[in-house]
Design a protein around this ligand. Structure first.
Ligand SMILES: Nc1nc(O)c(N)c(N[C@@H]2O[C@H](COP(=O)(O)O)[C@@H](O)[C@H]2O)n1
Ligand SMILES: [Zn+2]
Length: 377
C-alpha cells in the first residue's frame, strides 16, 4: 500500500511545492461539476523554478491533466518536476496510462496531492514511477485535494454519489411559514453560496411539494458555470403543468416516479421535454443507486423535511449544509428541515463530524458530515 508522506503536525513539501499544488487545484476547478464520473485534476510542470506547462482534466473521455501539461511543456519536460493533484493513473481506461507518458517524457520528479482511491490505480501509478527511478512525493496539500474530489472519492469507496443535504432555516428551526411561504429565509450572500454549491454538484433533487410551493429554478445562476441535472422525485406525478423546471432551458430536468404513475401528467412532462424515469420502489436509496449507474459523483438534496428524513434514514446523505437566518417566524405547524427520524432520546441524535461554522452575510452556515462506515484505503 502506498502511503501519503503527510503527517498531522507536518506539512509535506516546501512552500513552493504547496503553492504549485494549489495552482493545480485552481486549474482542476476550471472543470467544476463537469468531470463525473472522473475526478477534477490539475497538473503543473516546473523547470528551473519556472512553470513550463499546465493542464486540467476537462471531462470524462478527454485526456488527463498530465497529458495536457506534458503537451504544453513539449521536449522541455525532460528533467522537470510535475505537480499533479491526483496520483497519475496506471491503467488503460478511456485513455492510456499517464504513468507511462510521464516516464516516456523523462520527468525527473512527480509531486502528488493524493493517492487515487480507484482500485485500478490505488498506488500503482506511484509504484510504477518509482520503479522507473523517478522521485515521487505524495500528500502535498492533501486535505485540499481530497476535499475537491470528495464526491469522486465517495463514489469509488461506497459505489454511490456523495449525498449533500442543504437547507435554510430560521432561528426557530423553520424552513417556511405555516402557509408554506419561504422566499426568502436567507439573504442574497447565502443564496449565492447555494448557487456555487449547485455548480459543483452533478444533480439537485427536490420533491413534488417543493415544485408546487416554491416553483424553483435550481440552477447555478452564474455565467458559464455548470448547471446540475434538476431532479424531481414524485410518486403521484401530481405536478403543475407550468413550472420553471420545465419552462427554463438552462439545465435538463428529470422526473423520477413510481411504475405506472399518472399517465396524463407523464404525457404533459414528456411533451415539455422532461425526461421521466420509473423506479420501483421510489426511495432515496433506489434513486442514489440509479444516479451512481448514471456516473454521478455528488447529489444535492434541496428537498422538504419528509424526503430529507427518508434520505438520511436510508444513508443517502453524508454531508449537511445548514444555513441559519437570524429571523423568527413561530408557528407550531410550520415545516422543519428534517422530518421524523423516529428518535426518542438525545443520545440517539445524529452528531455531525468535521464541523465548520461560518458567517455568510447576516446568516450563519454550519457544515459537517454524518458519521460514515470507515473504509481504509
Ligand atoms: N491522475 C489523473 N489525472 C486525471 O486528469 C484523471 N482524470 C485521472 N483519473 C483517474 O483515471 C480514471 C479515469 O480514467 P479514464 O479517463 O477512463 O481513462 C479515474 O477514475 C481516476 O482514477 N487521474
Ligand atoms: Zn491518467
Amino acid at each position: 500500500m502506498i502511503k501519503s508522506d503527510s503527517h498531522p503536525q507536518q506539512k509535506v513539501g516546501t512552500e513552493f511545492d504547496r503553492a504549485m499544488m494549489r495552482r493545480c487545484l485552481e486549474l482542476a476547478r476550471r472543470a467544476l461539476g463537469c468531470t463525473s464520473p472522473n475526478p477534477m485534476v490539475g497538473a503543473v510542470i516546473v523547470k528551473d523554478g519556472e512553470i513550463i506547462g499546465e493542464g486540467f482534466h476537462p471531462r470524462a473521455g478527454e485526456p488527463h491533466a498530465e497529458v495536457f501539461a506534458l503537451k504544453a511543456a513539449g521536449a522541455n519536460a525532460r528533467g522537470a518536476t510535475i505537480y499533479v493533484s491526483l496520483e497519475p493513473c496506471n491503467h488503460y481506461g478511456r485513455t492510456p496510462p499517464c504513468s507511462e507518458a510521464l516516464i516516456a517524457a523523462g520527468v525527473a520528479k512527480v509531486v502528488v496531492g493524493m493517492v487515487d482511491p480507484n482500485p485500478l490505480v490505488a498506488g500503482g501509478g506511484i509504484a510504477k514511477l518509482r520503479a522507473a527511478g523517478i522521485e515521487v512525493i505524495v500528500g502535498v496539500e492533501e486535505e485540499a485535494c481530497r476535499k475537491l474530489n470528495e464526491g469522486f472519492i465517495h463514489r469509488i469507496l461506497y459505489k454511490r454519489p456523495l449525498g449533500i443535504l442543504k437547507y435554510a432555516m430560521t432561528l426557530d428551526g423553520k424552513i417556511a411559514t405555516t402557509t408554506g411561504h419561504s422566499a426568502w429565509v436567507t439573504n442574497q450572500e447565502a443564496r449565492s453560496v447555494v448557487h456555487q454549491l449547485r455548480a459543483a454538484c452533478d444533480a439537485v433533487i427536490v420533491g413534488g411539494n417543493t415544485v408546487r410551493l416554491d416553483n424553483p429554478h435550481l440552477t447555478s445562476r452564474q455565467q458559464g458555470a455548470h448547471n446540475p441535472l434538476r431532479i424531481v422525485m414524485s410518486r403521484s406525478l401530481n405536478l403543475p403543468a407550468q413550472a420553471n423546471l420545465w419552462k427554463t432551458e438552462e439545465a435538463p430536468t428529470l422526473v423520477l416516479t413510481d411504475v405506472g404513475a399518472n399517465p396524463v401528467s407523464r404525457k404533459m412532462l414528456l411533451k415539455q421535454g422532461v425526461e421521466v424515469i420509473e423506479l420501483s420502489p421510489l426511495t432515496p436509496e433506489k434513486v442514489m443507486a440509479y444516479l451512481y449507474d448514471r456516473g454521478f459523483c455528488s447529489v444535492l438534496w434541496e428537498c422538504g423535511g419528509t424526503l430529507a428524513a427518508n434520505a438520511i434514514a436510508q444513508g443517502s446523505v453524508q454531508k449537511i449544509l445548514a444555513f441559519i437566518a437570524p429571523k423568527i417566524i413561530g408557528g407550531s405547524n410550520a415545516p422543519t428541515p428534517v422530518g421524523d427520524l423516529g428518535l426518542t432520546t438525545m443520545t440517539e441524535a445524529l452528531s455531525l463530524e468535521r464541523v465548520e461554522v461560518r458567517v455568510v452575510g447576516a446568516d450563519c452556515l454550519i457544515e459537517g458530515y454524518l458519521p460514515q462506515k470507515v473504509i481504509n484505503l
